[in-house]
Each structure stands twice: as C-alpha cells, then as structure tokens.
Design a binder for this molecule. Structure first.
Ligand SMILES: [Fe+2]
Length: 316
C-alpha cells in the first residue's frame, strides 16, 4: 500500500489578494483557513489557504498574490495545468448559472471523460479549473448561504498535469509514489492511489508540442502539488526511494509551520511535494476560528504590525 493516500495542498501564484479571496470564498464557498505571509527577503506577500471549514488535507488550495511584486509565471508543459474540484452529479447547471451571475469565464461545452461530466472555468489570473461531477466524494460539503449541499464543492478531486513526454512519468507514478494507471482516453492518463476516487486521482495530459512552462513563483500558474504523508520519517523514506530509483532532484525537509515539506521533481518536470499531516492549523487558531486573524510563524511574530501595514487589506 502506498504511503501517499491523497492530496495535501496545491499552491498557485495569482494576481490580487481580494479577487482571489472572492474567487475561492464568495464564488466556490471555500473557507479561508489561514491568512499568513511569505517572507522572501524583506518584502512580505500574503499566503492564503483555502479549503473546507476543517482545513482538511486534500481540500486545500493556497495562493500567493504576486501582482504586488510584478512577477509573471509562464503557463506551459511540466506544470499542473488544471485544478479539478468535485461536485455532486447533476450540479454543473447550478454552477453555470452562478458563473453567469458572477461574471466568471467558463467554457460553453460540458465535457465527459472517464464517466464523469466536467465543466471548465477560469480563475481571474487565468488558471484553469474543472468541476467534476461524482457521487463518490463523501467529504463534508462546502456549503454557503447561496450554495446548497446538493451542489457544494467537496474538495480537490484531482489534478491534470501537462506533459511533453509521458513514458518515464508513467513509470514514476507507480514505482516511486504508488499510483495505479487505471485508464487512458485520448491524450489523458488517469492514475489513482490508495482506495481510489476523488482526492486520490492524478491525470496526465500528453501535450508533446506544448512549450515548457516556468517553475518560478509568479502570477498565473499552479506552482506545485503536495501529497499527504504522515511524518518526516515517511518523507525521508520516500526521499531514499527516489534516490534509489535514480530521481535525485529532492529537497530536505523544510519547516512550513503548519506542516513539513519535502519537494521533488517528477520526470515530466512538475514540482511535487510530500507534506506531513502531523501538525495542522490548530497550532495558532482554534478549530471553528481558522483564518480569522492574520497569523505569523513564531520567528516573525514580533513584526506583525509592520508586515501587515505593507499588505493590501482584504475582506472575507
Ligand atoms: Fe506546498
């Protein structure tokens, strides 16, 4: 059985903080689970975490609003191309009329693949999202005043990677991280891990002619995907396994306050991460109050007011 049982989080570079909050919270009914900061040099930038109200791993998407710093990322191959959220069967029509009402760009055509109906729509910074209809996702619904349970997002269903070449990456998915190839359709390859189903699915899209995307943190791309592992011990076990298989592009375990991160590049160039589930969001806010206050890691806590003053205010 694989050590990796599903997603932990996805991290993207977006445009403005407020439009990002509006996209995840107002439009999609996600909770702002944590409001903190990335400090790279002396220049603070928000780090915003969204997910279900519990902040469960596998529901989390995090954003860095990069417009403030003016860094553009280049979409292309070797990246996570699409973030897919699961919604119950028959709810795409609800979302299409919501997109109309809230002026969200979406595709006219509803697509079906691997027996699931899908609706493509777009984040204001251009990142592609799909709603995927399934009744197999039993995670708590992200309901809101105007989003009933029957239509509510359950969490990250899957990710779609854009790859110029797939052979080596197909092998990596099974040998290195324990996913099974469960289906192929056109240029799409579908992998599942653990018990399979929503939250445990990775898809490849083979795009041999798509130019390489950037791997900088910048506006307009998903930077990486993190899979959940239990502990730093498991990270180190994975790291050794990757090295033994010939994949030496791995990082040390890095302290991210709410979890520990070990990064690695899969053969197709996409940045993967193994994030631990042994810490969590309750270290600085009580469950039920996640995301209410601006939080800083202990090593920055005494600079709270100074850093806040240099960020645009956001309202949730
Ligand atoms: Fe991450």
């Amino acid at each position: 059985m694989s050590m990796i049982k599903g997603f932990h989080h996805l991290t993207a570079g977006v445009r403005h903080a407020q439009e990002d909050v509006d996209f995840y919270v107002k439009l999609l009914g996600q909770s702002l689970v944590k409001k903190t900061v990335l400090l790279d040099g002396d220049d603070p930038i928000y780090h915003l975490y969204y997910g279900n109200a519990n902040g469960d791993p596998g529901t989390l998407v995090t954003s860095f609003p990069f417009r403030q710093r003016g860094v553009q990322a280049r979409p292309g191959s070797g990246q996570v191309r699409v973030i897919n959220y699961s919604v119950p069967r028959g709810s795409i029509e609800f979302w299409r009329s919501r997109f109309d009402r809230m002026s969200v760009r979406y595709d006219a055509e509803i697509v079906e693949r691997f027996d699931e109906r899908r609706q493509r729509f777009y984040h204001p910074c251009g990142i592609e999202f799909d709603l995927v209809e399934t009744d197999l996702d039993k995670r708590p619904p992200c309901v809101a005043g105007d989003i009933p349970e029957a239509n509510a997002v359950r969490g990250v269903h899957s990710i779609t990677l854009s790859l110029r070449e797939v052979a080596e990456s197909v092998r990596f998915m099974s040998e290195a991280i324990g996913f099974r190839l469960v289906g192929q359709s056109g240029g799409y390859y579908r992998f599942e891990t653990h018990t399979g189903g929503p939250g445990m699915v990775v898809a490849f899209l083979h795009e041999p002619d798509r130019m390489q995307g950037s791997s900088v943190y910048g506006e307009g791309t998903v930077h990486h995907v993190a899979f959940a592992v239990d502990s730093v011990d498991q990270q180190m076990e994975l790291k050794e396994k990757f090295m033994a298989l010939g994949y030496i592009d791995t990082s040390e375990s890095v302290n991210r306050n709410y979890f520990r991160s070990m990064y690695f590049k899969m053969p197709g160039g996409v940045i993967f991460e193994a994030a631990t589930t042994d810490i969590g969001f309750a270290i600085d806010e009580n469950p039920g109050h996640f995301g209410e206050e601006f939080q800083l890691p202990p090593w920055l806590a005494d600079r709270k007011n100074e850093l806040l003053a240099r960020l645009e205010p956001i309202s949730v």
